[in-house]
Design a protein around this ligand. Structure first.
Ligand code: MN
Length: 519
């Protein structure tokens, strides 16, 4: 476990302006608050928040994030209150800790991963400050590192699946590849221990048989580039067992057929040198068709930029290669965290967290898949959405400002038509109450109820509005029908005729009406 002065020194090393006093106070506060609580591992509980803070410091985050990491479990798991944290550490820290606490609570209400995409969105929508999400990811990373200490195997698997489907994906979506790789590998070890061991053993065997292939290939690639006039840093590694496994699954091939298990990275200074290095590689080694991708001219939605190619490399082996600049590399490894650079000298008063948030929203907006576009209109994209649970734990996404009536119609038209009341988190509320993220909504229905015209004034979803309007129109039509019939009957009576609907049929055409009802 990182000791107090080590943590503070680490933060100071990349951010000399960090609030040393607050860091020290937060460290002492969390140690005291968690007191004699123990982790499943038998370690004192406070080792967990301290490790989380250490992970965040490794990401070079600001001192507010580190302090939030230290305090992140105190409100949920100890006697400490949010008011106390606000008094001692100020409103910004209190807001961040509150965000992480709320996320942890939602996590407990839903054990289902079939709604993974909605759940990912819920997490994002609740992480109003990107730092809340980063603390949550660091929290999850440390929990995964200590997962083996949990005795209940079902619980371990549930946490591992959730990590794979929710948190690793979120890390990737905000461009944090290193975090994603670690989370995936830890979850893989829990979910498919045999497959992982098999792949690791096979990789070890190949390594032994081929000798130190990776260093030899690195040396030759570096030489080749030098001869071609490109000064580059070349690194290489075996792919992670999980990515090898995924590839085997996807292509339905056995391990023996899987040839490109090594990936190399060429880091240069400028964009021009990237293309120059690519040219050198392609002229020197046979190119594997279909592997070249230019993510520099067309970056990925999460801002990832690099050139990708595959060649038959020095040892007559297929190798994958990524070519990028130093800056692209930082972004690829740390994602949005890389933008948080003190070296850039971003003025603190500008509130870097807002810049982050904007960037993140930007990324997310462009990251949405085609199915998203079909499902929601642009205005209803998920940063404008709220996510609410049914009492059974099903998750529904609604536009911001949605009310229990919208929720009822989203669950089922019938439930909408007959709703008379609603409970949010167990408390009876007016039907016009705007829903909040993570609310559990229970709709009270009555067969005697029909949609009320007043609902139209506060519902926000198209579905609810359409149903209510349709009901009102049918109701009005019936009223007009009754009225029209009464008028015609009266006219017949005044003329001394007996009224019969049949008698009107010949004149339908004259009035351009198709049916008696229309007339
Ligand atoms: Mn925690």
């Amino acid at each position: 476990m990182m000791r107090q002065f080590e943590l503070v020194e680490r933060v100071k090393s990349y951010d000399p302006s960090a609030d040393e006093d607050a860091l020290n106070r937060a460290y002492v506060f969390t140690v005291k608050a968690h007191g004699s609580q123990k982790r499943a591992s038998g370690d004192p509980y406070f080792s967990h928040p301290v490790e989380v803070a250490g992970i965040l410091a490794g990401m070079r985050l600001d001192s507010s994030s580190i302090i939030t990491g230290l305090l992140h479990d105190t409100v949920e798991d100890t006697l400490a209150t949010l008011e106390e944290i606000e008094r001692l550490f100020g409103p910004e820290i209190a807001r961040l800790v509150d965000g992480v606490t709320k996320l942890s609570r939602v996590e407990l209400t839903s054990g289902q991963t079939k709604q993974a995409e909605n759940f990912r969105k819920l997490v994002l929508a609740m992480s109003e400050d990107i730092r809340v999400l980063l603390v949550k990811l660091a929290d999850r990373l440390h929990n995964m590192r200590t997962l083996r200490f949990i005795k209940d195997a079902d619980k371990r698997r549930r946490i591992a699946r959730e990590t794979m489907e929710i948190y690793a994906q979120l890390a990737e979506r905000i461009g944090m590849h290193e975090m994603k790789d670690q989370l995936e590998d830890l979850a893989f070890a829990e979910l498919h221990p045999d497959a992982r061991e098999g792949i690791r053993a096979r990789l070890a065997f190949l390594r032994e048989k081929g000798g130190d292939v990776v260093p030899r290939v690195i040396a030759e690639l570096r030489n080749t580039l030098k001869e071609g006039g490109v000064d580059a840093r070349v690194t290489g590694r075996e792919k992670s067992p999980y990515s090898v496994w995924r590839k085997m699954q996807r292509k339905d091939v056995g391990f023996e057929q899987l040839s490109d298990i090594m990936a190399f990275r060429v880091v240069v200074d400028t964009v021009e040198q990237c293309y120059q290095a690519l040219g050198v590689m392609h002229s020197r080694y046979p190119v594997v068709p279909g592997r070249f991708k230019d993510y520099i001219s067309t970056p990925k939605p999460n801002q990832y930029r690099s050139l990708h190619t595959g060649v038959i490399g020095p040892e007559r082996q297929r190798i994958e290669m990524q070519i990028r600049t130093r800056e692209m590399h930082e972004v690829a490894e740390l994602g949005v965290a890389a933008h948080w650079s003190y070296k850039e000298g971003a003025p603190k008063t500008e509130g870097p967290q807002y810049r982050w948030l904007r960037e993140l929203l930007d990324i997310l907006e462009h990251a949405s898949g085609p199915e998203e576009f079909l499902e929601h209109t642009r205005l209803e994209m998920f940063q404008d959405q709220v996510f609410c649970f049914t009492p059974k734990g099903d998750l529904f996404a609604l536009p911001r400002g949605a009310t229990p009536v919208d929720f009822a119609y989203a669950v089922h038209s019938e439930i909408g038509d007959t709703c008379v009341g609603a409970k949010i988190n167990g408390r009876l509320v007016p039907l016009r109450t705007p829903l909040q993220n993570g609310d559990q909504v229970e709709i009270v229905t009555s067969k005697a109820q029909t949609p009320s015209p007043t609902w139209e004034r506060f519902v926000v979803t198209g579905k609810a509005r359409a149903r209510i309007r349709r009901f009102i129109r049918t109701q009005q039509r019936q009223q007009y029908l009754d009225l029209g019939k009464a008028i015609v009957q009266k006219a017949f009576r005044q003329e001394g005729q007996d009224f019969a609907e049949k008698a009107l049929e010949p004149v339908l055409k004259d009035f351009e009406a198709e049916t008696l009802e229309d007339l």
